[in-house]
Design a protein around this ligand. Structure first.
Ligand code: ADP
Ligand code: MG
Ligand code: MG
Length: 919
């Protein structure tokens, strides 16, 4: 029996087996197999890492022997000996999980050097200075990365010696300087740990174990938690023959993207440094040069590099991010991977690659994530601004937003409820701050990184956030922060740019980004693939216009009560709610009628030719009435004012006001509900006060007639809210039809219209077969359906829900991502039962979930006709719907292929052998 294979040479590994070889390893294998110049090497597999943990942190049996055998192969290929005094082989030890992951162990370069081999290296290259430079790098890297000595200690030594040279750069260090540095580095290590092993094999053994151990390091575990990467994947270890970018004038190292990662422009984009090694470019040791200069400095090398990267891009059919090193004029490739990019670049690269015939349209659609598209639609700080940057932190969550500074989450909530725009500024955030984050326009923290609580939560909410702006000195007790002497106090305005990490003082103008040709092209492709329609939730003519501009195919939800939040309108609305008796109510309704009609007309004009779903009034009454507490304190103030009144007439006036307030207070108290969200709202209002429904329908039909008269095609759908009994819908439909007939008679025209209902209560979903008898369409109101299915009020859940999410009691916020299992089941049942009564019943969804990609995928799976979301989410929904349809096609094709294989296997009389390709 042969031993398990723990080690693969680069030429042995399969380039698509990222889960076994890690991303970096798979890329190295692929490049080696393609015949590109890659220094030879081997990969210790992720399986070996997992076996290491199963084996009490010991290497699994046979692994170390296989590593040594592999090294022999590498020695043979490069003609050098590992640990040999003459002509020594040096290697790099690189970690590499399936996903590139911060928190994993950094790379150790030049491993294999000791007091003896460093002499050999000097003799072999005829360059003592180079050999010593390699050794001082190795000693500090090994000390820091493998032995855990603080980086700054080594940095200080290097800086001290650099400062003594005439030029002040690392390249100015003499061999003597380097000797001193090495001695100092070794002393630092011995002071804290034992010495670096002299035996290169021992160095290698310790380094491999250190990579394995870093997989379960704190930083790595944290990162995986946040990004939902399972611990069971393990990391691979890459051991690769060194090539040297620090070997004189025509040597160097660099990184480059095959296209510009921020704009997507098709042009090599990157940086390099001559006489440098490893991370020098990224670490900012010296200022690197743009890759285009390489064309002048080393034209042959540039030409080869450009042609290799082009081949890599064609091979992977995606933008690549490559690392390379030049050793004495010879180019070596050290890494290739799919390059990270901004939303704008993602869209441009995907469409360009279709034009270049590298990928098909379906692939292009899958190359852009809904989040990237969303990024494109966020406002940004006007690039022409001349405002000075107050501080710069991490670009944790994109978009630009502004508001008045507050330091406490409670205050953020309070002020925003009063209509203020606030930015929450905190040292760092915790789940206790959640409600304040929800209320704020943006969040700024002084501490914490890209995966801190603030960053993760803000990204989840799509809220602008800058993290780790460490220049901010926050003083909670003084309610202020200071940056470089500038004091910013509570209430001051700041502008936050989450896409770049900048924080500005004051209100800096922001702009909506210019969506280019590529965006519209991609959207047309999405429209061809998707099966569902996308509509928008829009309450005003202006929203309707924006929605149509983004490609909405109608309005899925027009909330009529949102039309009443203006001052003058609110008064009429209150009058209507508080009216005692039909007569008084009708009088109030008469004031509302023309306002409503005007709004509807505006919407019909904007949406001519597209369906418009108007929901009848669903006012949780408390939202329109002043609170008892407010009224009581206003009364108290008025009573004080009586004393202060100068004249009897003044006093009289105040007393009248007191009387008015008291009447209002009495009325409000009488109407008060303990659970207004489950109270007198929705169709319940229209059933008990039919005159309300009548007025609304009159406004709707009169507006429709007028629009039609203007040759605007009206596709009207009237929707009855919060139905739980089929009788409720039947009665409301009767009323709607009655008004329709009347208005059409008066106007002498006819209007096509449909009557449907929101399905937003569990009973409605269950009784959908009966309800469908009176409905032309259904629209799932998944906000209320989520509240009532969970028995969870959205207004009160913010605090504990975040703890639920953190402790994984619930996987995601059910108000953001539709709960497939529970709420989703009701949506499925409601759709099935509704269509059992009325085949072909049009069904959509209009809750917040209509703009969430995962929820959209669910709606597509269960065969809904449309989703409706906020205007700015419409493009995201169009893309998500296309991606859902493509995923369904792929799944169906895979199933068909599997069935076909089973049939063929059956013919041959043997079971089908399934080869499972890991990603
Ligand atoms: P990371 O995952 O942080 O990119 P890498 O393992 O890719 O880490 O390497 C860190 C740096 O060291 C990179 O610049 C890389 O090109 C360089 N490097 C790694 N292995 C070698 C090698 N065998 N020869 C020369 N440079 C190397
Ligand atoms: Mg690194
Ligand atoms: Mg790298």
């Amino acid at each position: 029996m042969t031993a398990h294979k723990w080690v693969y040479l680069f030429e042995e590994g399969s380039g698509d087996n990222k889960s076994l070889l890690g991303g970096k390893g798979a890329g190295l294998c692929e490049m080696t197999r393609a015949g590109l110049p890659v220094p030879p090497g081997l990969i210790v597999t992720t399986e070996a890492c997992n076996a290491f943990y199963d084996n009490d942190k010991n290497f699994p049996e046979g692994m170390w022997e296989q590593v040594k055998e592999g090294l022999k192969e590498i020695e043979r290929k490069v003609g050098k000996g590992f640990g040999a005094a003459k002509n020594p082989l040096l290697v790099s030890v690189r970690s590499g999980a399936a996903f590139s992951m911060p928190g994993m162990m950094d790379t150790v370069l030049n491993l294999g050097l000791n007091e003896e081999t460093v002499q050999g290296l000097a003799a072999q290259t005829g360059d003592l200075r180079f050999a010593l430079d390699a050794y001082r790098r190795f000693a500090s890297l090994f000390g820091e990365i493998v032995m855990g000595v603080a980086h700054t200690k080594f940095e200080r030594v290097l800086d001290r010696y650099k400062a003594q040279t005439s030029g002040g750069k690392d390249t100015d260090l003499s061999p003597e300087d380097l000797r001193h540095i090495i001695t100092a580095e070794k002393q630092i290590i011995i002071a804290e740990q034992q010495a670096i092993p002299e035996d290169p094999y021992e160095q290698l053994r310790v380094a491999i174990a250190a990579v394995f151990n870093s997989w379960m390091g704190r930083r790595a575990i944290d990162y995986r938690r946040v990004n939902r990467i399972p611990d069971s994947l393990g990391t691979a270890v890459n051991i690769q023959a060194m090539v040297f970018g620090n070997m004189g004038e025509n040597s160097g190292t660099g990184v480059a993207f095959t296209r510009n990662p921020s704009t997507g422009e098709k042009k090599l984009y990157g940086e390099y440094l001559l006489k440098a090694q490893g991370e020098d470019v990224v670490a900012g040791i010296r200022t690197p040069h743009s890759i285009s200069e390489l064309q002048k400095e080393l034209p042959q090398v540039y030409k080869e590099f450009a042609s290799i990267t082009e081949k890599l891009e064609v091979h992977y059919r995606d933008m690549q991010d490559c690392e390379f090193t030049i050793e004495r004029g010879k180019l070596w490739m050290l890494q290739t991977r799919t390059g990270k990019r901004t939303g704008a670049a993602a869209v441009k690269i995907a469409t360009d690659m279709v034009y270049e015939k590298l990928i098909d349209k379906a692939t292009a659609l899958q190359r852009v994530t809904p989040e990237q598209l969303d990024q494109l639609l966020h406002p940004t700080v006007d690039p022409k601004t001349e405002s000075v940057v107050l501080a710069t932190g991490l670009p944790a969550s994109p978009g630009a937003a502004q508001g008045q500074v507050v330091f406490s989450p409670d205050e953020a909530e309070e002020l925003s409820r009063e209509g203020a725009k606030v930015v929450l500024v905190r040292q760092e955030t915790s789940p206790d701050d959640y409600h304040g984050m929800v209320a704020a326009q943006a969040i700024v923290t002084a501490r914490g990184g890209m995966t801190s609580h603030a960053a993760v939560v803000a990204r989840g909410m799509g809220k602008t956030c800058v993290c780790g702006a460490s220049a901010l000195e926050i003083d909670y007790s003084q309610q202020q922060f200071t940056v470089d002497g500038t004091v910013v106090t509570k209430g001051d305005w700041i502008t936050v740019d989450g896409s770049t990490g900048r924080v500005f003082l004051g209100q800096v103008p922001t702009i909506r980004p210019n969506l280019g040709q590529d965006f519209y092209q991609l959207m047309t492709w999405a429209d061809k693939h998707r099966k569902m329609n996308v509509r928008a939730n829009a309450d005003t003519p202006r929203d309707a216009k924006v929605a149509r501009g983004f490609g909405a195919e109608g309005i899925g939800l027009c909330r009529t009560e949102h039309m009443f939040f203006g001052d003058q309108r609110l008064a009429a609305m209150r009058e209507m709610i508080l009216a005692e008796g039909v007569g008084a109510r009708e009088k109030a309704l008469d004031k509302l009628l023309p306002l409503q009609r005007g709004d509807f007309l505006g919407i019909f004009r904007e949406m001519a030719g597209l369906p418009v779903t108007i929901r009848l009034l669903d006012p949780p009454l408390h939202e329109f009435l002043p609170s008892v507490d407010d009224l009581l304190s206003e009364l108290a103030e008025l009573k004080m004012a009586v004393r202060g009144a100068g004249t009897l007439a003044d006093m009289d006036k105040v007393l009248d006001e007191i009387d008015e307030k008291r009447t209002l207070l009495k009325q409000v108290i009488r109407m008060r509900e303990a659970n207004p969200m489950l109270g007198f709202r929705g169709c319940r209002l229209g059933l008990l006060f039919p005159e309300v429904t009548r007025m609304q329908c009159r406004a709707i039909f009169e507006a429709a007639c007028q629009a039609q008269g203007e040759k605007k095609k009206v596709e009207l759908e009237i929707m009855v809210p919060l139905v739980s009994l089929s009788e409720e819908l039947r009665l409301q439909a009767e009323l709607i039809n009655e008004v329709a007939r009347k208005v059409m008679g008066e106007q002498g025209t006819s209007i096509d219209y449909k009557v449907g209902t929101m399905i937003e209560l569990p009973r409605a979903a269950l009784m959908a077969d009966q309800i469908a008898r009176h409905a032309d369409f259904f629209s799932f109101g998944t906000n209320d359906l989520t509240q009532t299915t969970f028995g969870l009020s959205r207004d009160d859940s913010a605090r504990f829900l975040s703890a639920y999410i953190e402790h994984k009691i619930v996987p995601e916020d059910p108000f953001q991502v539709l709960d497939r299992e529970g709420v989703g089941q009701l949506v499925r049942i409601g759709t099935e039962r509704g269509r059992a009564t009325k085949p072909g019943l049009k069904v959509g969804i209009c809750g917040e979930h209509g703009g969430d990609p995962a929820s959209i995928a669910f709606c597509s799976e269960i065969g809904l006709n449309y989703v409706s979301c906020s205007p700015y989410r419409v493009p995201v929904a169009r893309l998500a719907a296309a991606q859902a349809a493509l995923a369904a096609e792929a799944a169906a094709a895979a199933l068909a292929a599997a069935e076909q294989a089973a049939v063929e296997a059956g013919k041959e009389g043997s079971p089908a052998i399934s080869t499972v390709a890991s990603d």
